[in-house]
Design a protein around this ligand. Structure first.
Ligand code: PBG
Length: 327
């Protein structure tokens, strides 16, 4: 007698409705955070060469953009600013009239609580060196950078930000920012830290978008080596001990193991940042006709959710929200 399988997983794949019933992971526009680039003194939108369909916007276009994002039921944006003036201290990053601060208050004024405003807290767009911290001698100095990061967070809080998102990878950045926010009375401003941000070649298209490539050296002395998972978990754990509200793993696609591990170990909300290089790979290959952009995007975003992310920062936010709305 031939032996047949008693358990047949195919029984639960027989129809579209059956597959819907069995589906374990969901993805909706509510899971997404849409990056927005705003540039000071810009007359009209400019395309980012390395990131097809991504643009830097002038302040005047921000309301339109946020309106579009909000109409797609995306609950949140991540603001990045490109200033006109860069200096060694990154002063335009914490200027109350800086480009990011202006964008935040304008969005707050026009949209109230209808969108969660998150803003990047870092120095690399604002320093003449392109480094994420203050240079002393030939090193990126941790503790003086902390003071500046705290000032940036407070200035964004004054402008009306909901969530500050430090991405500089300085040790103690969460506690420095939390302390400064609390002292200034911003107890309800939350922190989503780029907790385990890896030293990654996947960021190069972004450096074109935000003009923040380091002028010398690299980011190896502050970002996590991509070979180290335990070290990444220590970064996450330290941020939790310092009072972080949401932790983040970055990049996402090549780091799904770390998203899953963070989800297993900790109870805080977990964000994943699907970075510019991940976007560029999909865009590049789909332009050639080698892959189907929508199908691949869907599969990647579902996989990041399946790994355990609660929310995803992605340059596909708008296009994904469109196809998810139709689904
Ligand atoms: C700057 C910053 C970077 C990214 C987000 N914030 C670049 C870097 O660290 O070099 C990368 C995002 C992306 O590639 O999409 N601190």
């Amino acid at each position: 007698m031939m032996s047949f399988p008693t358990r047949r997983l195919r029984r639960l794949r027989t129809s579209e409705k059956m597959r819907e019933l069995i589906q374990e992971t969901t993805l909706t526009p509510r899971d997404l955070i849409c990056p927005v680039f705003v540039q000071e003194d810009l007359k009209s939108r400019i395309k980012v060469e390395s990131m097809s369909e991504i643009e830097r916007l002038p302040l005047e276009d921000i309301n339109d953009e946020i309106g579009t994002i909000s109409d797609l039921n995306i609950p949140s944006i991540m603001l990045f600013g490109i200033p006109t003036k860069k200096d060694d201290a990154g002063t335009s990053a914490f200027d109350d009239k800086g480009i990011v601060q202006k964008a935040i208050s304008q969005i707050r004024e026009n949209f109230g609580d209808k969108i969660v405003i998150m803003a990047d807290v870092c120095l690399c767009q604002f320093t003449s060196t392109g480094h994420c911290g203050i240079i002393k001698g030939d090193k990126v100095d941790n503790d003086s950078s902390l003071e500046t990061l705290a000032k940036i967070a407070v200035s964004q809080a004054k402008a009306g930000v909901d969530t500050v998102s430090p991405s500089a990878m300085m040790d103690g950045q969460v506690s420095a920012i939390r302390k400064a926010l609390d002292e200034e009375g911003f107890k309800d401003v939350s922190i989503m830290s780029h907790s385990a941000k890896h030293r990654s070649s996947f960021y190069s298209p972004f450096r074109d978008a935000a003009e923040c490539a380091p002028k010398f050296g690299d980011r190896k002395t502050y970002q996590v080596p991509f070979t180290n998972a335990r070290e990444a978990m220590m970064e996450v754990e330290m941020d939790i001990n310092e009072g972080v509200d949401i932790v983040m793993i970055k990049p996402a696609l090549a780091y799904l193991d770390l998203i899953a591990e963070t989800r297993r170990r900790f109870n805080v909300p977990v964000a994943a940042y699907s970075v510019s290089g991940e976007y560029a790979l999909v865009k590049g290959a789909s332009k050639q006709g080698w892959i189907n952009e929508k199908d691949i995007t869907e599969e990647i975003l579902y996989s990041i959710k399946r790994a355990g992310a609660d929310m995803i920062v992605t340059y596909f936010a708008k296009s994904a929200a469109k196809f998810l709305q139709k689904a």
